[in-house]
Design a protein. Structure first.
Length: 74
């Protein structure tokens, strides 16, 4: 037997229904830090430390982020 259920809801409604936390404030802070870093008001070393703690990407991933920031500065 196969049963299909379609739910028509927004991502916000689905998040609330499943009991997931609202990460919007964290996302906004993260984007603000990235923007400030690209503008030069936050030290790149600080951003690297933050990203290492938030995203376990390894050295290859950090190299990608570093290259992205270096390109954005130019």
């Amino acid at each position: 037997m196969k049963i299909n259920v379609e739910v028509d809801c927004t991502p916000e409604e689905a998040r609330r229904f499943m009991g997931l936390p609202d990460m919007a404030p964290v996302h906004e802070k993260y984007l603000a830090m990235l923007t400030n870093s690209m503008d030069g008001s936050v030290a790149p070393e600080m951003m690297e430390t933050v990203m290492r703690s938030w995203m376990p990407m390894g050295d290859a991933g950090m190299a990608m982020w570093r290259q992205m920031f270096d390109t954005a500065k130019k």
